[in-house]
Design a protein around this ligand. Structure first.
Ligand code: 5AD
Length: 378
């Protein structure tokens, strides 16, 4: 920051932080967002400024996407994983979780239940495997879910998002043909340096970017995202993440605070405290909404892990997607990506009931019986 900028910040902070925040928002919405404005939005902790930014993000959401919250029932169907990400609780080297893969019938039943709740969409998420047996299993699951969830309300069955990692173009195409139309593949960070610090050498930044491009080319609605508050992550890295979301043409963003998991190598690395990671994550949501007003943005479970009302706060900062936990209770504890994951003992029914109240408490309503895709960006 130059001396002139520092004086400018001090002066506006004392006199009218809200006015300066309004100018930042206007610059961002003018269509030529500059790095410095995004840095300021992510870095400010002046309450007045944050509130102006939040309100502008919420307004952008209401204008471009309406007041509905789109639900995707989350089915964590397998915790078997061949990768060894340094931050993740189900990484290959962690011997603690009992490894499971749900039977096809149970996956289909769970998806059917989600459809009956009016969720409109499901997310099939698992650890990463690239063997043929796995690919065939996912194809079969997608087909079976489509067949089992067609109804008067949902003529084409529930919308299916896959979240099962990096795969070959052929496999992605096969799943798309089978009926999955959205794919969630988080970049985790757009910084090649940080990416390399989070993953073993065989996991490559470039191949993840290639996968995102392949998914787009096939026709998927593509979601990506990052973890916020990672050890060594700077505000500039997060600004780069925002530009990455824009440049890759993301239809959806799912991101949340990084939360250390005790049984992972990164657990002892120092991180910002909980309130700092929480507010940073919320400001990232607001900045994403202001930059890309018509996309879908998730209020993630990780937000709720750090604050009981974390997902509602996410909605207030511009998010419009929630993934209610639908994973069968008997395996839920084995799918612990980070410490303190909530809702481990609540049945899917309890999660559904609790959610509705949370959503209406922030003045939103649930979009029922629809896939709830974002309108395509031009
Ligand atoms: N903290 C926060 N998010 C995590 N994920 C995995 N481990 C953690 C963690 N320790 C997220 C990753 C992954 C998604 C399924 O869960 O972003 O893409």
């Amino acid at each position: 920051m130059t001396t002139a900028t520092v004086q400018f910040v001090r002066k506006t902070a004392v006199t009218a932080p809200g006015v300066e925040a309004q100018a930042m928002v206007a610059r961002l919405q003018s269509g030529v967002p500059d790095r410095e404005t995004l840095r300021r939005i992510l870095a400010t902790d002046l309450a007045d400024e944050v509130e102006v930014i939040r309100q502008a993000a919420e307004q952008a959401l209401l204008t471009h996407c309406g007041d509905t919250v789109r639900l995707r029932g989350l089915i964590e169907f397998s915790n078997r994983c061949t990768l060894d990400c340094y931050y993740c609780g189900i990484r290959r080297s962690n011997r603690a979780p009992t490894r499971y893969t749900l039977a096809l019938d149970e996956i289909v039943e769970t998806a059917r239940w989600c459809g009956e709740q009016g969720y409109g969409s499901v997310v099939l998420q698992s650890g990463e495997r690239r063997d043929e047996k796995f690919a065939a299993f996912v194809t079969e699951a997608v087909r079976a879910i489509k067949a089992a969830t067609r109804s008067d309300a949902l003529r084409e069955g529930v919308g299916i998002t896959l979240c099962v990692g990096e795969q070959s173009p052929e496999t992605y195409a096969e799943w798309y043909e089978a009926g999955a139309h959205r794919y969630l593949l988080r970049m985790e960070t757009s910084s090649p340096r940080l990416f390399a610090a989070l993953h073993p050498a065989e996991q490559r930044y470039a191949s993840r970017v290639d996968c995102l491009k392949t998914l787009k080319a096939i026709g998927y609605r593509v979601g990506t995202g990052v973890m916020i508050g990672l050890p060594g992550q700077t505000v500039d890295d997060l600004v780069d993440d925002l530009f990455f979301f824009r440049d890759i043409g993301a239809d959806m963003i799912g991101m949340g605070p990084y939360i250390p998991h005790e049984q992972t190598p990164m657990h002892s690395a120092s991180v910002r405290d909980v309130p700092a990671r929480m507010t940073l994550a919320l400001r990232m949501i607001a900045a994403t909404r202001l930059l890309l007003p018509s996309i879908n943005i998730a209020a993630t479970t990780a937000l709720q892990t750090l604050a009981p009302d974390g997902r509602e706060q996410g909605l207030r900062y511009g998010a419009n997607v929630i993934m209610p936990q639908a994973t069968p209770l008997h395996v839920r504890r084995e799918y612990t990506l980070y410490d303190g994951k909530p809702c481990l003992d609540d049945s899917a029914g309890q999660c559904a009931a609790c959610l509705e109240g949370r959503i209406t408490s922030v003045g939103r309503r649930i979009l029922r019986d629809q896939w709830g895709d974002a309108t395509r960006r031009v």
